[in-house]
Design a protein. Sequence first.
Length: 335
Amino acid sequence: MTNQNTAQIMDTVRVFGATRLVSPASGCAPRGDSGRKVHTLTHLEVLESEAIHILREVAAECRDPALLFSGGKDSIVLLRLAEKAFRPGRFPFPLLHIDTGHNFPEVIAFRDYRAQQLGERLIVRSVEESIRRGQAVVRPGESRNAAQSVTLLDAIAEFGFDACIGGARRDEEKARAKERIFSFRDEFGQWDPRNQRPELWSLYNTQVRPGENIRVFPLSNWTELDVWQYIAREDLEVPSIYFAHRREVIRRNGALVPVSHLVGPRDGEKVETASVRFRTVGDMTCTCPVASTATTVSDIIVETAVSRITERGATRIDDQTSDASMELRKRAGYF
């Protein structure tokens, strides 16, 4: 990509990120009866306002909510939104992470650092422990992503959570696109896309019976580009693996599979070192990086603006096993 093309893309992104509504007739910002300029919101301010409203709705209507915090970019944005919704007071919910035991160490270190920085309570429950107790079964070499459902449902039962706030977005995957902002789960933790509540005029039904719960997604209407623009605007820290770095990878089925103590080359495969970054972070056994030279948030915004493959489509091996992979996991209690 030439420097000129990069500049043009950044100009387009900046304009889209800072556009205010104007009067088509005059080309000027609309004015009230008093002649003063009427402030209209940028698209990021609209998304931020909606998300803060949703977080406050959870705090007001739900008995014992929790915010799912993994140390990934979406949950980092959620934490900033929670700060804006509730500071200078403490968050009206703890942070909860379901650790597969196979997470990238850079992300786990950032998770602990950010929770300590905020001074908020962080609850960690382990898939490893669920496997040890025989509650979750994972075959050798299999991703632990699906097993997170078991550990999450156990944590919900242990603490009596009636709502879990997550950073999922509708643009991630087609099953996510079916999701309501307040996503109802039955007494078995299951999601039925045909049994969801209407959300007309942004009115949310938070009533649940004992054993039922709600997953709440304040970032539903955000895109990957919105998230990175917000990270840039708020100057938020993110784990280092989101930026381009040199890493050993294996080219497998069109993906760059990261080499680790869990994943190595198969017969005939060659390990190479490439400049890569992660668009999403998760279980090391099924999360792949993409080729990249983006070393700043601005660089990532440019790459994201021109990408034609969703972040999960480009990086998540477990979503490629079936067209319904995500939906099947969600029906079993997944995030």
